[in-house]
Ligand binder design. Structure first.
Ligand code: PLP
Length: 636
């Protein structure tokens, strides 16, 4: 159903239009004033704080847009939710093992985030997963001394040695063997340092699990041991009398797994492999399913790649009961369950906020009195007819498109003047606009209306960079919920796509999640003189922060972490200034001081050549230094 976007309007109509109650899952909503609110659960009470109020507070503290906002309470809640749901599923199934999760550092390595995860996760014994030496170093610096560490990825001697020393220091490290080549080096270093490691083996699961990362599962996945390789590793361990070191089976079916049935099939296969290792004589007691617990970005609860057709309850219950159902008939003791849920832990906890700088409207200009004859191909504007069928509207639309294209061709051939062409283009926008208004008033969303919306979509220019802040939207067409964060007592009158600050045609957002499905355009309000129009990109705490790049040298945005209090106030608990221009230049090997020196010399030369007075030289240098030390984004 298309919502009529005309007054009377209400925040609940907006909530329905943007689907915020579906993807927001109780964390985000719209209040009676028409502001988007973030909701925190504090001692069993839901406390809502308006995002515009948060932004006002941050502005008073000197912060500018764009800004990445982290909400500590949500991180705390997500960690508790995942752990408690597993505990409940384990209790209900009378399962013998515990849930022992780890956070995969690759999903968000930022110090503030990992510190908070370790702090909030301590009551659940939440550990960390490291897939590289750098991640291991940061994990060791943040985890308590008996913390659980899962070491994935290819490991060289330094990685292995560091993990062995960590084991000796009391960390509960699992070395996950990813390839047969890793084992000899690990055995050798363990003998030389006289430290006994706990081992895991990562296996390939033949069952394919769908989603954006489907290549992570199946025979041709690049990580993990095939079953013949697994047998070779077991035989090597047996020969060296080290099978007693093997305690964990590890597998990872991919990230953002949308379909629970497929997950279940893969778990069954993993459980059978685990049982096989037990019967080989390994003292197994942990099974690690890696990541994959999906986030419902669309809120539609389907098996679409940006959604998931299960709840967290379903996921935890399926893991636990499938393991129990496989192990009990075989008499295999229940292992502790490890998952490496990254996305599901952090996605909800951060959002990007940016202001709209300008609009390129796609609407007809007020008709000037025609100074020339209309172009020969110009069609007359159709009469307003609210009862016109969709098929008739589609026909008129197609004819006016052809007429506009013919006028453009005639212009290129010199038969039509610039003013005549402008008349033709303007009339096309008139026709398209009135057809769109008419179809919007009808109840059915139609393909013609969708095409008209695309044609007529305004371009809203946002103060941000897709490449820096939302790299997955550009690289893998990841969809994030996006919407204005205020003015929801009024109907959004336009449809728009959003272009960023980079001069790149890929630097745009043109797929959106709405309450009635995906859309090529986002409903937006007209800009108001003297008032910022603010857009939020939600659920973007996973993977975006360190994968972003410096396209056009737009750097990291400011980051503010807040904690919501029970009285509806908030504390700014951490703030990080975004990159300044001198910093981004240093990332690409310019030396800021040398650069400033050259500019001073250039200004001095200007004085000598009579291009600048001494006063102008100073003015220029002051301006240069201010810009040089300033934010890389648009400053209003
Ligand atoms: C081995 C491993 N564990 C965990 C994860 C995190 O996955 P997710 O973010 O889906 O939880 C990944 C990411 O792909 C991974 O490769």
């Amino acid at each position: 159903m298309t919502l009529r976007r005309t007054p009377p309007w209400s925040p609940s109509k907006s909530a329905e239009l943007y689907g915020i109650r579906r993807w927001g899952r109780g964390h985000f909503d719209i209040d009676a004033q028409g502001d988007v609110v973030v909701k925190a659960d504090i001692d069993g009470n839901s406390v809502a704080v308006s995002l515009p109020d948060i932004i006002d507070g941050l502005k008073q503290r000197g912060h500018a847009m764009p800004l990445l906002l982290r909400i500590e309470n949500l991180l705390d809640e997500r960690i508790a939710l995942i752990n408690e749901t597993f505990r409940t599923a384990i209790g209900q199934a009378n399962y013998g093992g515990e849930y022992r999760g780890v956070f995969p550092v690759k999903v968000n390595q930022q110090r503030q985030v990992v510190e908070e995860i370790v702090q909030f996760g301590q009551r659940y014994g939440l550990g960390l997963e490291a897939g590289s030496k750098a991640e291991l170093v940061l994990a060791l610096s943040l985890l308590p001394e008996n913390g659980q560490l899962v070491l994935n990825g290819y490991k060289d001697r330094e990685f292995i040695d560091l993990g062995l020393w960590a084991t000796k220091l009391g960390y509960r490290c699992f070395f996950v063997i990813e390839s047969p080549a890793e084992l000899p080096l690990l055995l050798q270093r363990s003998a030389e340092l006289n430290i006994i490691p706990q081992l895991g083996v990562r296996v390939k699961i033949s069952a394919r699990v769908g989603g954006l990362w489907t290549e992570t599962s199946g025979d041709r996945s690049s990580f993990g041991l095939s079953t013949p390789q697994l047998i070779t590793v077991i035989d090597q361990l047996k020969q060296q009398q080290k099978l007693s070191w093997l305690r964990m089976l590890h597998c990872h079916f991919g990230s953002q797994l949308p379909d629970l049935e497929q997950i279940k099939t893969a778990i069954q296969e993993a459980a059978c492999i685990y049982a096989g290792l037990v019967s080989e004589g390994a003292p197994m007691d942990h099974i690690d399913f890696g990541g994959g617990l999906a986030v419902d970005y669309t809120g539609a609860q389907t098996n679409h790649v940006h959604s998931r057709n299960y709840t967290l309850d379903d996921y935890c219950t399926t893991l636990v009961t499938t393991l129990k159902g496989t192990f009990d008939p075989l008499g295999v003791a229940h292992p502790h369950i490890v998952t490496e849920s990254g996305r599901a832990t952090v996605a909800h906890t951060s959002l990007l906020l940016f202001n709209i700088l300008n609009v390129m409207p796609f609407e007809p200009q007020p008709q000037p009195t025609a100074s020339e004859d209309p172009p020969p191909e110009l069609l007359a504007e159709p009469q307003q007819d609210t009862t016109r069928s969709e098929a008739d509207a589609a026909d008129i639309y197609q004819r006016s498109l052809s007429s506009r294209d013919k006028i453009r061709q005639d212009f290129r051939d010199g038969r039509v003047s610039l003013r005549q062409r402008a008349q033709g283009e303007d009339l096309f926008l008139h026709v398209a606009g009135s057809l769109a208004a008419q179809l919007t008033d009808q109840s059915q969303e139609s393909t013609t209306l969708a095409a008209l919306r695309r044609q007529l979509a305004h371009i809203y220019y946002g103060n941000f960079s897709v490449f820096q802040s939302l790299p997955d939207s550009w690289a893998i067409d990841q969809l994030f919920p996006i919407m204005p964060i205020h003015r929801h007592c009024h109907p959004p009158e336009h449809d728009a796509i959003i272009s960023d600050l980079t001069c790149d045609c890929d630097g745009k957002l043109d797929r959106f999640i709405l309450g009635n499905g995906e859309s090529d355009t986002l409903p937006v309000h007209p800009l108001k003189e003297g008032e910022e129009y603010l857009i939020g990109v939600f659920l973007m705490g996973a993977y975006q922060e360190t994968m972003g790049d410096l396209h056009n040298l737009l750097g990291d945005t400011h980051v503010a972490s807040i904690r919501i209090n029970s009285d509806g106030s908030f504390d700014l608990v951490k703030e990080i200034s975004g990159d300044c221009i001198a910093e981004v230049l240093s990332y690409v090997e310019y030396r800021p001081e040398a650069l400033l020196d050259r500019i001073r010399q250039r200004a001095e030369l200007g004085v000598r050549n009579g291009q600048l007075t001494i006063g102008e030289r100073q003015q220029f240098l002051d301006q240069f230094t201010r810009t040089f030390r300033g934010y890389t984004y648009f400053r209003t």
